[in-house]
Design a protein around this ligand. Structure first.
Ligand code: R5P
Length: 294
């Protein structure tokens, strides 16, 4: 079966790189909007019998990118594609995985249901925000794998940033998995802090009994959105005497002047992966995604 790669408008550069890594054909697309705002999608080439991977990260305009994804998968399946794999590096709506208040939608459930219904046969995502769900099979009825970009991030830090034996910090309990993995790769130690979320843009960070005096620190998290979590973490670590602080994340969403906030708090450097194109997307994840697709 011929392997073909299709990039949605959120991830066409990543799709090109994945296709190159796999020596696979990259199919052209015609994606545009009608004057009333509706999306139009056409995938070029012979789609009969292909094994297709659709690459589409769901950042900043998640609704629009989701709709595009649905139309791309539907078009592939209706045109005879044998298999369609969704490659959704940043999976939006994962944070609303529960009904926290009566009447709330469990967005993750609805989004995953539609992704399956349109014809996705298999799914890859990266460092998905799975804080309360520990198993992808509880979310999806199709084979779905949550890959991690943390080894790629750790490798980049080891190669490019002059930090001798940095302490790796996760801003909250959920970040422990990522802090541990990064620490293993960088052969150093790690710890986690305590985070209390006050609102969607405000958090409180407590460092507990942490000895960071005169140490370089790398903060690792899955997402940098408003930058509030990282900025507060840096402030707390600086108060305790930390030296250079690097903030690293898989998904640099970066809204509300996040980078300005983080650098003003005293960051030495801020890095993220190519899961989302941004000014700090220096860690390439095309290789990790291509390996999964092999
Ligand atoms: C939350 O638990 C996540 O792991 C991130 O810490 C959070 O999404 C970051 O958001 P923000 O940058 O807005 O603080």
């Amino acid at each position: 079966m011929d392997k073909v790669i299709i990039g949605g408008s959120s991830s066409y550069v990543l799709a090109i790189k994945i296709a190159r890594e796999l020596n696979a054909t990259l199919l052209g697309t015609d994606i545009k909007k009608f004057p009333d705002g509706e999306k139009y999608v056409r995938i070029e080439g012979d789609l009969e019998g292909v094994d297709a991977a659709v690459v589409q990260s769901m950042y900043l305009n998640p609704d629009e990118y989701l709709m595009e994804y649905f139309l791309m998968v539907e078009a592939l399946k209706e045109s005879g594609a044998k298999k369609v794999t969704g490659v959704i590096p940043y999976f939006a709506y994962a944070r609303q995985d529960e009904r926290f208040k009566p009447g709330e939608a469990i967005s993750l459930k609805t989004v995953s249901k539609i992704i399956e219904t349109v014809g996705t046969d298999q799914l890859f995502t990266v460092d998905m925000h799975l804080h309360r769900v520990d198993d992808m099979s509880k979310i999806f009825n199709i084979p779905a794998e949550n890959l991690t970009a943390i080894p790629d991030i750790a490798h980049y830090i080891g190669e490019h940033l002059p930090l001798e034996k940095p302490l790796i910090i996760g801003p909250d309990e959920e970040a422990e998995q990522w802090a541990r993995t990064a620490a293993e790769h960088l052969e150093t130690d790690y710890d986690v802090l305590e985070k209390k979320r006050i609102s969607s843009t405000e958090v409180e960070i407590t460092t507990r009994e942490l000895d960071v005096k005169n140490r370089n620190v790398v903060i690792i998290d899955d997402i940098i959105s408003t930058g509030g979590t990282i900025a507060k973490t840096i402030e707390a670590l600086k108060k305790k005497g930390a030296k250079k602080i690097v903030a690293a994340c898989t998904h640099p969403i970066l809204v509300d002047n996040a980078l300005k906030k983080i650098y003003n708090a005293g960051a030495y450097n801020v890095i993220g992966t190519t899961s989302i194109p941004s000014p700090i997307s220096v860690v390439e994840i095309a290789g990790t995604l291509a390996n999964a697709l092999k």
